[in-house]
Design a binder for this molecule. Structure first.
Ligand SMILES: Cc1cc2nc3c(=O)[nH]c(=O)nc-3n(C[C@H](O)[C@H](O)[C@H](O)COP(=O)(O)OP(=O)(O)OC[C@H]3O[C@@H](n4cnc5c(N)ncnc54)[C@H](O)[C@@H]3O)c2cc1C
Length: 460
């Protein structure tokens, strides 16, 4: 029998770690413990009336390529879809209208001034200020926020009307707090013009950088769970604490049971990892507690297509200074436009993601209250009838937001965990906020665990 490995958390990071470890060490005695009744974590795919709608993550980035490679390995490669090119436009709510965001920008940063020339999102003065990016002196500011970087190069309008809606929508924090090094790594070593830096950089080949299986991201979860094996997954079990036991570790569960292992993989959100480590490793626990966490709330509304047709765009972004109650929403996805093959022909489906501050406030309310608020907000821009059906999903566990200082904290946490011997940290807090980073981190952790045991057995 190989090493005994407990994986705490059955989200994509935990399942991917178990899968990658078993691929390298089929003899490993792996057990995944998951608190919820089922695995998948944030991945929550709704299948209803011929539609496949993601209530949590919608797709993964193709860079780095680890998520795509995982799908290939799981036999899902042929099912991967890219968002529909014909409706790839993204709109921005601006003074009661939905205006198109200029195409081809990088996180809302223009690649050339021509992209800004025709847009009604910026005033003439705003465009003139944006052009100053080309002439402003070079400067480097360590630990800079996205808002500060974009504001000083392009001015307030580009920051508030283009960059903020995209970036806050994706990362769920204030643009003035998000770490530019994480959110815009392409500018990491740029001191001068961001436009010139983008012009020099090669454009990513291969079209849109997001992909997802045609039947939804839950097909990745199901395939991972099948590959790991039902007998190696225990759901509905909460891990409570972690203590050293000889060369290994002991995990106490909520039912009072204790499990022992050579290695423990912490694939839970950082708040839960902090709880688990609080008694045995308080310094690491404190470090994990310091990650900025956010709640998320999504509302999905399906309409008869004969009564409402989605705009010809993949979605829309709501700037934070939009009028109330529109300002409770961060982003909309027009699901039937973005993923036409996933929505029944007679329906238009709109997915609304709440801004994190509003999510925290509205999560305790009833589904009916949340849907009523979403409808009231959406009707400020779209002529919506009563929905045919609706759904609400709450994400209370605390998704990390990469605010300034996040990378340093993540690196320190990973290093401290490594120095303990037998503890690996994986998941969105330490491996990057998206699925692709989580899969990369899972592969890395699995390789390190397998490596530790092959060198240990050589020594023995
Ligand atoms: C609304 C939303 C939209 C998103 N959109 C995208 C997107 O489009 N693209 C993208 O790449 N990423 C997106 N993300 C981020 C993505 O969901 C995460 O990067 C990824 O799913 C994180 O996986 P994970 O396994 O690290 O964590 P989780 O999915 O949070 O899994 C952690 C698991 O640990 C379990 N757990 C917690 N405590 C314990 C305990 N004490 N004992 C046992 N189990 C425990 C939890 O129940 C959970 O199942 C989105 C996130 C949200 C919330």
């Amino acid at each position: 029998m190989g090493p005994r490995v407990l994986v705490l958390g059955g989200g994509l990071a935990g399942l991917s770690t178990a899968h990658a470890l078993l691929a390298q060490r089929p003899d490993a005695d792996v057990l995944v413990l998951e608190a919820r009744p089922g695995v998948g974590g944030n991945v929550r795919t709704l299948h209803r009336e011929g539609c496949t709608v993601e209530m949590g993550p919608d797709a993964f980035m193709t860079m780095p390529g680890h998520a795509e490679a995982l799908c290939e390995a799981l036999g899902l490669g042929d099912t991967l879809l890219s968002p529909d090119a014909a409706s790839s436009r993204v709109m921005v709510a601006h003074r009661g209208e939905l205006l198109p965001l200029p195409e081809g920008m990088a996180m809302g940063v223009p690649r050339n001034m021509m992209q800004l020339a025709g847009t009604r999102l910026l005033s003439p003065l705003g465009k003139a200020r944006a052009a100053m990016d080309l002439v402003l002196p070079a400067r480097h500011e360590p630990d800079e926020s996205v808002g500060h970087l974009v504001g000083r190069r392009f001015g307030r309008e580009v920051k508030e009307r283009m960059v903020e809606p995209i970036v806050s929508g994706i990362y769920g924090a204030d643009v003035d707090e998000l770490d530019a090094a994480v959110v815009m790594p392409m500018f990491a070593n740029v001191r001068g013009s961001l436009i010139r830096a983008l012009t020099r950089a090669p454009r990513p080949a291969g079209g849109p950088g997001m992909r997802a299986p045609s039947n939804g991201l839950d097909s990745v979860v199901n395939a991972l769970a099948a590959s790991v094996g039902a007998d190696r997954i225990l759901s509905g079990v909460i891990a409570r604490s972690l203590t050293r036991r000889g060369e290994g570790w002991s995990v106490s569960l909520d039912d009072g049971a204790r499990l022992h292992a050579d290695e423990v993989v912490l694939a839970v959100p950082p708040g839960a990892a902090a709880e688990l480590l609080a008694a045995e490793v308080p310094e690491l626990s404190d470090l994990l507690r310091g990650f900025r966490l956010r709640s998320a709330l999504t509302a999905v509304l399906a309409f008869e297509r004969s009564e409402f047709t989605s705009p010809l765009a993949s979605g829309a972004l709501i700037p934070r200074n939009a009028p109330a109650p529109l300002d409770v929403l961060g982003a909309l996805t027009f699901v039937d436009r973005k993923w036409p093959s996933r929505v029944a022909g007679h329906l238009s489906v709109v997915r609304a993601t709440f801004r994190p501050s509003a999510a925290a406030e509205f999560i305790p309310r009833s589904d009916d209250a949340i849907i009523a608020l979403a409808l009231e907000a959406l009707r400020m821009m779209l002529p919506l009838p009563e929905p045919r059906w609706h759904a609400v999903e709450r994400f209370e566990t605390g998704t990390p937001s990469p605010v300034v200082g996040h990378m340093r904290r993540a690196a320190e946490a990973r290093e401290r965990a490594l120095s303990l011997g037998g503890i690996s940290l994986v998941g969105a807090a330490v491996d990057g906020p998206g699925i692709a980073g989580c899969v990369r981190g899972a592969n890395l952790a699995a390789g390190q665990i397998a490596g530790r045991f092959s060198s240990a057995s050589r020594v023995a």
